[in-house]
Design a protein around this ligand. Structure first.
Ligand code: GLC
Ligand code: CA
Length: 527
């Protein structure tokens, strides 16, 4: 793997919510361009742009209508080219989101496929005369009827996201051409969306009531398709990261072992509900560390992240967004930036943005949240109960506009944004944290710089200490030094673990160990 990938600190931009340059309430590419100084100063060297392709935005751009055009709301191809050029001038890389499990029902391929059972596009999608009882991720059946073809088409996600048929060689060639086109343009790699479901053969026979995502996950032929595509991608100087679904470490390894030539690293998708309603998140987080240790032992590379556009805010989920907000956000930063692999930050994480806690379902936009809300109403819950349940895991928690300052629309826009601004923008925003030496933002800057300068933190061996919850402690051992990282991932005061190394070590970040550790205590020792 290229050195720059090992050195990457990736910052995910959700363009709709990052910065609105022309004051129409929607974030855009020129908005991103206007914040490159900010990102550079933070220490970011790689951007991952969530989809900016032309799309009817049924799922906010993850439903692509044209892979080689920029969504008008986001700007033009010229704006994109400038963004790419300006990133490169600064020595920053730009990684695109690549959505190839499905496209939009408004894509030309689907428009054509709908028309004929025999035409050139007939097999670009999955068509069946009789649907089975397979469920889609965003509610309802995974099959929808098409009048003109008098057949049903498969959609793992919303009905406006028909699944592409990877058995169709013409389709695969079109995708390969499109991917090459972006690489020729100079983009620095891809985050490949929802890639575990490429092999749908025999889906008609899936057991009733299963989700399409369960029925066709991680099958061998899906890996074959992927390898064919990615071995071409990897002839270029790129970063590749797959968003995968894995039931255990071995399914994860199937995507990331270097010998397989599929991805350099993977972001494992976990339905937010699993984490939000988990009874012991400490244990859960420790288990994730164990998985990463195994990935590392097997000679593969990790992708570390706390949040993204599909998850609640990290400080609300794993930490505390009330009394211990500041300390919790810093402790989480320590966890994300001291493990093996490439760290990913999601916009706003660096200032500790929190969940949004809207009062009305009408304030939410996310297709997933709205579908789940409906489902709960059908289950007999009142709308208050349904909202209380679905809002915790809502993807809108992480999609509210970026909080640049304390003004009415948080410096994101001068007009009412597409999604409400979080009310706490008056206390949580970039501007105030830039002026505060103790802020989360300043802490991120220091920690990123520290990580970039440390080979041990990037590649050193990892071993987890056996500590009682809620303490998480691990070591990173390199050729020249060893780091010991200790975090109390809770709002309780706890008894310190006995870690002999810490006696002689030098404290690099946080507070020295004492008998009792305060809420969200953290320390990085070097010895
Ligand atoms: C991925 C994306 C998510 C999207 C889904 C369908 O999980 O991250 O936002 O809804 O795929 O494309
Ligand atoms: Ca705009």
């Amino acid at each position: 793997m290229n050195t720059w990938v090992k050195d990457a600190i990736v910052y995910q931009i959700y363009p709709r919510s990052f910065k609105d340059s022309n004051n129409d309430g929607i974030g855009d590419i020129n908005g991103v361009r206007s914040k490159l100084d900010y990102l550079e100063q933070l220490g970011i060297n790689t951007l991952w742009l969530s989809p900016v392709y032309d799309s009817p935005c049924d799922d906010n751009g993850y439903d692509i209508r044209d892979y080689q055009t920029i969504l008008a709301e986001f700007g033009t191809m010229q704006d994109f080219d400038l963004l790419l050029e300006e990133c490169h001038q600064r020595g920053m890389k730009l990684v695109m989101d690549l959505v190839i499990n499905h496209c939009s029902d408004e894509h030309e391929w689907f428009e054509q496929s709908k028309l004929s059972k025999t035409g050139p596009y007939a097999d670009y999608f999955y068509w069946a005369d009789k649907p089975n009882d397979l469920k889609s991720v965003f509610g309802g059946s995974a099959w929808d009827y098409c009048e003109s073809r008098q057949q049903f088409y498969l959609h793992t996600f919303s009905k406006k996201q028909p699944d592409l048929n990877w058995e169709c060689s013409d389709l695969v060639s079109e995708i390969e051409r499109m991917v090459d086109w972006w690489l020729d343009k100079g983009v620095d790699g891809f985050r490949v969306d929802a890639i575990s479901f490429l092999d749908k053969s025999g889906i008609e026979d899936a057991p009733n009531g299963t989700f399409a995502t369960e029925a066709c996950v991680n099958r061998p032929k899906g890996h074959t398709h992927l390898r064919k595509l990615m071995s071409k991608v990897h002839t270029r100087d790129v970063l590749s990261v797959g968003e995968i679904n894995a039931r255990g470490t071995s399914e994860l390894l199937d995507y990331v072992l270097p010998s397989r030539n599929e991805f350099q690293m993977a972001i494992v998708f976990t339905p937010p509900e699993i984490e939000v309603f988990h009874e012991n998140l400490n244990q859960y987080y420790k288990d994730q560390i164990k998985v990463r240790i195994e990935v590392q032992r097997q000679g593969a590379w990790n992708a570390n992240f706390l949040s993204n556009h599909d998850k609640p805010r990290q400080v609300s989920l794993y930490g505390d967004d009330g009394e211990f907000w500041l300390q919790a956000a810093k402790a989480l930063a320590v966890l994300n930036l001291t493990q093996h692999g490439t760290p990913y930050l999601y916009q706003g994480e660096e200032i500790g943005m929190t969940n949004c806690y809207f009062d009305e379902i009408s304030d939410y936009d996310d297709i997933d949240t709205i579908a789940k809300f409906q489902e709960q109403l059908e289950n007999g819950l009142s709308s208050e109960q349904a909202l209380a349940l679905v809002s915790k895991a809502s993807r809108d928690n992480s999609r509210t506009p970026m909080q640049w300052d304390s003004s009415t629309f948080a410096g994101f826009s001068k007009v009412t944004p597409w999604l409400k601004v979080n009310e706490n923008k008056s206390t949580i925003n970039v501007k105030s944290q830039e002026q505060d030496a103790e802020s989360i933002l300043q802490f991120y800057k220091q920690l990123i710089e520290f990580r970039l300068g440390s080979e041990t933190l990037k590649t050193g061996d990892t071993s987890l200490h056996e500590t009682a919850d809620p303490i998480i402690a691990y070591q990173r051992q390199g050729d020249s030094c060893t780091y010991l990282v200790i975090v109390n991932l809770s709002s309780e005061v706890v008894l310190a673990p006995s870690l002999p190394e810490s006696q002689t070590a030098r404290l690099m970040f946080g507070e020295a160990l004492s008998e009792y550790l305060p809420p969200y205590y953290f320390a990085i020792y070097k010895y």
